[in-house]
Design a protein around this ligand. Structure first.
Ligand SMILES: Cc1cc2nc3c(=O)[nH]c(=O)nc-3n(C[C@H](O)[C@H](O)[C@H](O)COP(=O)(O)OP(=O)(O)OC[C@H]3O[C@@H](n4cnc5c(N)ncnc54)[C@H](O)[C@@H]3O)c2cc1C
Ligand code: SF4
Ligand code: SF4
Length: 370
């Protein structure tokens, strides 16, 4: 008999997919216990759909783990000692890697990569869910189990001569990393780190709250700040190129800090306001409220830090231990300040920017919700 008292994938279709705010993260498909019975799969558009509706157990897990569903917010906030305005923040600073191999390829200060290397060397993790460059303008989620693989996953480089045409009809800066978590036990991994955007971390934390196997294998969560991610096809690409006045083939690095920075092969750095990129931002991002990755152990972004540094917010016991351990062992170093006053002003500026970007995101989400 059908259990109509429980929300299930049919409700997810109505409340998320049909409203155009499904981000294709894969949380529902990967972790629905019915998924093992092939009840759900990804359609050709990369979004989830019923593969075999009769096999659906109506367990409700897919519904609850979706990042667009706020049903477990109170429990999560309690567990992570969340407080306004950006969640629990125990420490905030700018830091950078001490490893030249990492500095060379990192997006900002290479902190994410160095934290992973430290955790791997210390045996705290056996691997990490990261995103791997597979071609120009194209990344895929991957599990890195060696230092080499972790370093190879660093950065946001697009490759030397990117040609969007080579990778099909569309490009997206969103990586469905959560899908990899579902495969961890198959790979025999018991302790892994996860690097992801706020929506991915939110989904993962809800799985952990529900004790959905194998989300317990994730022992360290490094969250990235995120204003939005992009997805574009040939049409929107041409519109964007017209607006910004450059051919995207000449772009070899994309970085997002106070604004969107595109670096070209000949060394030019273009600063583009977020509004200019609205056309190619994923619709799901306009409904998203979390900028600083409020449920991560450690959150990292470029916002507020000087060139070559990462802004680091530690939030949990695990986060504090890993960050201070990595500093202590010389994997990372902090900013050098001229005085205590300078240090306080810098940290105040970091927090003010994080709060202001959070407010901007929340305002945008309220407008979308109508
Ligand atoms: C989609 C997206 C949007 C972002 N938006 C902002 C922003 O608005 N403001 C801001 O200050 N910072 C933003 N960031 C974070 C910033 O770009 C850097 O990732 C962060 O500062 C860490 O830099 P790092 O040098 O320490 O990391 P690195 O040492 O270079 O490591 C980066 C890590 O991130 C992983 N990664 C790369 N792309 C993705 C992805 N799409 N999904 C999951 N993991 C990925 C890599 O595999 C690697 O492990 C964003 C990042 C992403 C991926
Ligand atoms: S869990 Fe992810 S893929 Fe599934 S409906 Fe929600 S946003 Fe879409
Ligand atoms: S803006 Fe939100 S939904 Fe979009 S990629 Fe970032 S965290 Fe995910």
């Amino acid at each position: 008999m059908e259990n109509r008292a429980v929300k299930s994938f049919a409700d997810l279709i109505n409340e998320v997919r049909s409203r155009g705010i499904c981000g294709g993260c894969g949380g529902c498909v990967s972790f629905c216990s019915a998924g093992q019975l092939n009840a759900l799969h990804f359609g050709e558009d990369g979004l989830p759909e019923f593969a075999n509706e009769e096999e659906c157990l109506k367990c409700g897990i897919c519904y609850l783990v979706c990042p667009q569903i706020r049903a477990l917010d109170d429990e999560l906030k309690l567990k992570f000692r969340w407080s306004k305005p950006v969640g629990q923040c125990r420490g905030l600073d700018s830091a950078k890697t001490t490893d030249p191999r990492v500095a060379e390829v990192a997006t900002d200060g290479g902190v994410v990569t160095s934290l992973l290397l430290y955790a791997l060397d210390q045996g705290l993790i056996e691997g990490a869910v990261v995103s791997r460059q597979v071609g120009p303008f194209s990344r895929l989620p991957a599990v890195a189990t060696s230092s080499r693989e972790i370093i190879d996953a660093a950065g946001s480089y697009f490759g030397e001569a990117p040609h969007l045409e080579e990778v099909g009809r569309s490009y997206t800066s969103f990586i469905p990393a959560v899908r990899e978590v579902g495969k961890l036990r198959q790979r025999g991994l018991q302790k892994v780190a996860f690097v992801g955007t706020p929506c991915q971390v939110y989904s993962l934390r809800k799985m952990q709250l529900l004790k959905v196997v194998p989300s317990d294998a994730v022992v360290l969560v490094i969250g990235l700040f995120c204003m939005e991610s992009f997805s574009f096809n040939e049409d929107s690409r041409r519109r964007l190129e017209k607006k910004i006045g450059i051919n995207l083939d000449s772009v070899n690095k994309l970085n997002i800090k106070d604004d969107i920075m595109m670096s070209t092969a000949d060394g030019e750095v273009l600063h583009l306001p977020f509004e200019l990129m609205d056309d190619i931002a994923r619709p799901t991002c306009f409904a998203c409220r979390d900028f600083t990755n409020e449920f991560a152990d450690i959150s990292c972004g470029g916002l507020g830090s000087p060139h070559g540094y990462t802004t680091v917010m530690t939030r949990t016991d695990t986060g504090e231990q890993v960050f201070s351990g990595a500093r202590h062992k010389g994997y990372l170093c902090g900013m050098k300040y001229g005085s205590k006053e300078q240090e306080r002003v810098h940290r105040t500026t970091l927090m003010a920017k994080a709060v202001s970007f959070t407010a901007r995101k929340q305002e945008r989400a309220v407008q979308v919700a109508g």
